[in-house]
Design a protein around this ligand. Structure first.
Ligand SMILES: [Zn+2]
Length: 331
């Protein structure tokens, strides 16, 4: 592994392993088979160690007593009490770990007994890294995890009985990381927020979903977000369009008749406004931009000769823009 996140040369494995360090056998087998005496080319002689969760990391006053091994051979030294304290299902039934029993193939290596219990996890090191940072309440922002990693880590947290709702609140590093990545794939993040009922996350994400084509929602996404958040997404779209139609309805205020512009003359503006707003509302989308609204209505000015009407139109447009900007995205 070339990742700077892990120390890629493990010091305690001082000679090549004659087996695949990743095989389940390594972790679970407790049989009597002795390591082969005939050296064979190692499949993976190097084990990496997390640069945050290493044996000497001072994450806790006590030394770590448990090792997680990711699917891509990275060791994470953790405290079983910290992990158990966060999990509501004994870390998916993996904890408490059985007493240390080094796999036969590792018995000949120095200091292996110091490792304590080793638990192999099916997740990659990137995902385990986010999961553990979350459990320890520390930020992993410096690792810049991708959105896919964050999504997988959030699902893994759930799997391991860590209440996502408690560990992904607006004040947590995980929340900030996911929110920062949300614009890249808002519907996936919305579905994630929905799945774990992370309402505080769903609200800011929904502003990125105004341009989303609801017709393109896949069954999998619908299933993941569930009925409540699906309804909220639909009403977000319908509600915005409704609100826009309501806001467009009142025409600019008429002014007192002048020599150049009586009430009949002013009706021209009222009619033009009605036409322009009908045009805007006809295919209004929830993400209709302020610029588009302003451009459509501002064009009416060209047909006005009365200065007072022009001013009234300008004020009405300004008011509309302000009103549209505060229409709530998701409530
Ligand atoms: Zn006028």
């Amino acid at each position: 592994m070339d990742s700077p996140e892990w120390e890629s040369v493990l010091q305690f494995v001082s000679e090549p392993l004659d087996m695949d360090i990743m095989s389940d056998k390594l972790v679970h087998e407790t049989g009597s088979a002795a390591p082969s005496q005939v050296p064979t080319p190692p499949l993976n002689p190097v084990v990496s160690i997390s640069t945050t969760f290493f044996s000497g990391a001072n994450l806790n006053p006590l030394p770590p007593d448990l090792v997680f091994l990711s699917s891509d051979a990275v060791f994470f030294y953790v405290h079983s009490e910290q992990v158990l304290g966060a999990s509501e299902n004994g870390f998916c039934g993996l904890l408490p770990a059985k007493p240390a029993n080094p796999p036969p193939a590792l018995k000949s290596f120095p200091r292996v007994e110091e490792l304590g219990p080793i638990i192999a996890l099916p997740e990659s090191a990137h995902v385990v890294n986010v999961v553990l940072h979350t459990i320890y309440g520390i930020s992993c922002a410096h690792y810049a995890p991708s959105l896919d990693i964050l999504l997988a880590a959030t699902d893994a947290l759930h799997e391991y009985g860590i209440p996502v709702k408690r560990y992904c609140t607006p004040s947590t590093p995980l929340f900030a990381l996911i929110l920062a990545q949300a614009p890249f794939n808002p519907i996936e993040v919305y579905a994630l927020a929905a799945h774990h009922d992370l309402y505080d996350l769903a609200v800011p994400i929904s502003s990125h979903l105004l341009g989303y084509q609801l017709a393109s929602l896949s069954d999998a996404l619908v299933q993941k977000m569930g009925p409540i958040y699906l309804k909220r997404l639909f009403f977000l779209h319908l509600g915005r369009i409704d609100a826009l139609k309501r806001l467009l309805l009142p025409p600019p205020h008429p002014h007192a008749p002048t020599a150049d512009c009586d009430f009949t003359e002013q009706k021209k503006l009222t009619r033009a406004w009605a036409l322009a707003s009908a045009y805007l509302a006809w295919d209004a989308r929830p993400d209709l931009s302020m610029a588009a609204i302003e451009a459509a209505l501002r064009s009416l000015e060209e047909h006005l000769s009365c200065g007072v009407c022009k001013k009234s139109l300008g004020e009405r447009i300004k008011q509309l823009i302000v009103q549209w900007s505060v229409v709530k995205v998701l409530t």
